[in-house]
Design a protein around this ligand. Structure first.
Ligand code: GDD
Ligand code: MG
Length: 360
């Protein structure tokens, strides 16, 4: 059995129109708080003890997940008074770990949806005898991530967080946000001050000659830090492209939660989720989207790749593509909102106020 630290703190502002009251790990993805998928996947890989390291709205986690026993886990919660950064957060929970100095401790970024073979990462760590082992994935544009070049044996040669210049882009391998630390390495992180594991701990360990091992694994991987990514991830969970034991019900084209009402001729496709108590009217067409609980989609609306906030309303014939509608907002009939639009929580867009297409 293994133990893990899950990092769910930090500023977490990028989903703000929807998350004024809900930290993003608790936003529903495929019908359950996103964190549930990570917890269930860790459990399925043999993890039995998880410490949640958090710094904001921490009080929403414990009432929902409790001691973790419903997931077969022993869960603990540690709240930072001020965000301590990724490394500071790891160090801050060290006192809760049961592992001995040589034993492996898993650490996960809390905003990642992935099919990573967690046991394989632990095996890599054990067979190479590394101090820290990192899951790496390949992306076409690595600028928003930590770049991790490796040698022919997979040993990490540098760690470049969020490269600023073209010369720094030396590889397409990035830090995928899942690590195995030898327990004693966690104890070397300075306590009581903010530390970035990416900018301070990993470069420092490399400079001191420590062995960091990369495991490139090109399974499903997505950072859910933006609304567009969150919607994509939720749809991929429903479609079964992103594996999770916590998806309620069978994977398929759509997921309609109990107490949602969907008109018989409404068309839901592409991994669309309709949350509890939500209502979808006649002839509405919704593809690849997340409709949160209590939202109302009026007849004839056409919604693609969008997030419809809790208790919000989308008017008749309104067209949404790549939009985020905040909780409690309402978009009147005959509007057309396109990629990147964010309607703030409780805002109101009148009928026919915004269009992109020509008038007809
Ligand atoms: N407890 C706590 N305290 N958690 C934190 C803090 C903090 O002060 N700061 C960040 N976290 C958590 C976030 O909640 C998230 O789950 C994780 O640490 C990573 O932080 P992000 O803010 O999402 O970082 P990022 O996405 O820009 O970059 C990180 O992830 C990339 C992969 O998605 C880095 O680890 C990159 O190297 C990596 O490539
Ligand atoms: Mg992130």
């Amino acid at each position: 059995m293994t133990e893990a630290i899950l990092l769910v703190g930090g500023r977490g502002t990028r989903l703000r129109p929807l998350t004024v009251h809900t930290p993003k790990p608790m936003l529903p993805a495929a019908g359950v708080p996103f964190l549930t998928h990570q917890l269930a996947r860790a459990r399925a890989a043999g993890v039995d003890h998880i410490v949640l390291a958090t710094s904001y709205l921490a009080e929403v986690f414990e009432p929902y997940f409790g001691d973790g026993s419903s997931l077969g886990l022993h869960l603990e919660y540690v709240t930072e008074e001020e965000p301590l950064g990724t490394g500071g957060a790891i160090r801050n929970v060290a006192g809760r770990l049961h592992s001995g100095p040589e034993q492996p401790v898993l650490v996960f970024n809390g905003d990642i949806l992935t099919g990573l073979d967690i046991r394989a990462l632990v095996r890599t760590h054990e067979t190479t005898g590394a101090d820290v082992s990192l899951h790496l994935t390949r992306v076409t544009d690595p600028r928003a991530y930590g770049l991790v070049p490796t040698d022919a044996t997979g040993r990490v040669t540098a760690f470049l967080e969020k490269p600023q210049t073209p010369e720094e882009i030396v590889t397409d391998q990035i830090n995928a946000g899942a690590y195995v630390f030898r327990r004693s390495v966690i104890d070397t992180i300075p306590a009581g001050r903010p530390v970035s594991v990416e900018r301070e701990t990993f470069p420092g360990l490399l400079a001191a000659g420590a062995h960091l091992q990369g495991m490139v694994d090109s399974t499903y991987w997505l950072d859910l830090g933006t609304p567009a990514a969150f919607v994509r991830g939720s749809a991929d969970l429903v479609l079964g492209r992103a594996p999770s034991p916590a998806v309620p019900g069978r994977c398929g084209d759509r997921l309609v939660l109990p107490t949602a009402e969907v008109a018989t001729d409404a068309k839901l496709t592409g991994g669309t989720v309709v949350g509890e108590g939500a209502c979808v009217g006649e002839g509405a067409r919704i593809s690849g989207s997340t409709v949160l609980s209590g939202a109302v989609v009026e007849p004839g609306a056409v919604i693609t790749d969008s997030m419809i906030g809790a208790h919000s309303r989308v008017g008749r014939r309104t067209i949404l593509t790549g939009a985020v509608i905040g909780d409690g907002a309402s978009v009147g009939p005959d509007n057309e909102l396109r990629e990147g639009t964010r309607i703030w929580c409780d805002a109101h867009i009148p009928a026919g106020a915004v269009r992109f297409s020509s008038d007809e």
